[in-house]
Design a protein around this ligand. Structure first.
Ligand SMILES: [Zn+2]
Length: 443
């Protein structure tokens, strides 16, 4: 008998790799922070013993989900301004509220708040794109989740960033701070083609090239944005970036609702990853995602919620259902199948973030990031196909337990690393400041 750290027995195990597979009555074997085996329960009982043994007899066990595009601290702007198009939502509400409230403390508390939601929703990795990365690092470190953190870069100062050099100073500091962190990885985060000029992008590209890090950018989000860029530059942002040599396998292009045939060819040639944020795109009426054209070219498509201000939640279960049903509405009932959308929420996100050697599937040697979902509820009974139940019927409230790096972050619905009372207390303080900022604007 081999002694190991943890043995987790589950009725159904969905490893994601191999694809579209459900193992029934299997056990996941953990040593420290690593998955060392996945095998039938009777074999596990003969081969392994552990101090920590857990049984989930009516549950599905699957990899922790990867939210491939979000702005965690923007949870404090959830529900602040709804039912508006992207440009007025951003210019008239979000940016004024950010100007009035953004600070290292606000980002730390807002990120912690969002991570409580992530963990309770079965998300173990977030690809965050925001400001004050030192605060995001601190929040993720304390919450025990995994994250890729990009400091948002613009080519002009903002009320909370006095000069453009600060963007790069924060970015370089993030790269060195998390260099040996076991769960946090840096990325370079130019905001969007319309907020970064060529000089800024050259500097971004140098950093991507030097450190071989992901470049996380909003790209071709709305029709209006694409048309404005085309009129000003005589070509699209994607074409311009391609001509400059700024697109490659490290590029994480978020939204991509508008793509011509030439742009689809660019995506294919450069091997960039695309992040689909269906609910944000629907809410801001940004456009319909060309899933079929990208899938036909075997482009890596990950899934993200975007910030809670434009969604209005960080629920990857909702995102899976929306992505799949939207694709079916556009392309037919056989489009974006349940197992494919589950891959978008797990392994494809890991590929986009260049951490698929670590997470995204339940394979020997990968990190022990996984979740357990109680399917023994009226909402998900009967269980003919656990993958379809998870993609189309289950809600995040059925996530009972969550592990990241071998440690439990949610235990029988209870957070182990975040104090919910403090989260509730802190948000009230910041919400008052946000309300004041909106009142002042309307005076
Ligand atoms: Zn975004």
């Amino acid at each position: 008998m081999q002694k190991v750290s943890q043995i987790i027995y589950a009725r159904w195990v969905i490893p994601v790799i191999p694809k579209n597979t459900v193992f029934e009555n299997y056990a996941l074997i953990i040593e420290g922070d690593t998955i060392i085996d996945l095998l039938p329960q009777d074999q596990a009982k003969e081969k392994y013993h552990a101090k920590t043994v857990e049984h989930f007899n009516n549950h599905a066990l699957m990899p922790g989900m990867i939210n491939a595009h979000t702005h965690l601290a923007m949870s404090y702007f959830r529900g602040l301004a709804d039912d508006l198009p992207l440009e007025s939502w951003l210019n008239e509400y979000i940016w004024p509220a950010e100007s009035a409230t953004l600070s290292p403390q606000m980002v730390f508390e807002g990120t912690t708040h969002a991570l409580a939601e992530c963990i309770r929703s079965g998300v173990t990795t977030a690809n965050d794109h925001y400001f004050f990365p030192e605060s995001v690092i601190k929040a993720v470190d304390q919450a025990g989740t995994r994250a890729v953190i990009a400091n948002c870069i613009f080519n002009f100062p903002l009320p909370w960033i006095n000069n453009t050099h600060s963007y790069f100073a924060h970015t370089k500091e993030t790269i060195s701070t998390v260099a040996s962190h076991p769960r946090i990885y840096p990325a370079i985060g130019p905001h969007a083609p319309y907020t970064v000029d060529d000089t800024t992008m050259e500097e971004v590209h140098k950093l991507v090239d030097l450190h071989k890090l992901p470049m996380h950018i909003h790209m071709h989000e709305s029709k209006a944005e694409v048309e404005t860029y085309q009129t000003a530059h005589g070509k699209s942002a994607l074409e311009h970036f391609y001509n400059k040599g700024w697109l490659n396998q490290y590029t994480i292009a978020v939204h991509m609702t508008q793509l011509s045939q030439n742009e689809l060819d660019i995506v294919e040639e450069t091997k960039l990853s695309v992040v689909h944020c269906p609910e944000s795109n629907m809410k801001l009426s940004s456009g319909a995602f060309p899933w079929k054209a990208l899938a036909d070219k075997n482009i890596n498509i990950a899934l993200g919620t975007d910030g809670a201000a434009s969604n209005n939640d960080l629920d990857m279960f909702g995102e899976m259902k929306s992505a799949s049903f939207l694709a079916k509405l556009q392309f037919g009932a056989d489009a974006l199948k349940a197992h494919q959308v589950l891959e978008m929420a797990t392994i494809n996100g890991a590929k986009a973030l260049h951490i698929d050697h670590l997470v995204g599937s339940l394979e020997k040697g990968k990190k022990a990031d996984f979740i357990v979902i109680d399917l023994d509820q009226p909402e998900t009974q009967p269980v003919y196909n656990p993958i379809a139940q998870i993609a189309y019927a289950a809600s995040r409230s059925q996530v009972t337990d969550v592990w990241c790096d071998g440690k439990k972050l949610l235990c029988n619905y209870n957070l182990t690393t975040i104090d919910l009372g403090a989260v509730t207390h802190n948000q009230k303080h910041w919400a008052e400041k946000v309300v004041d900022s909106v009142k002042q604007k309307n005076v």
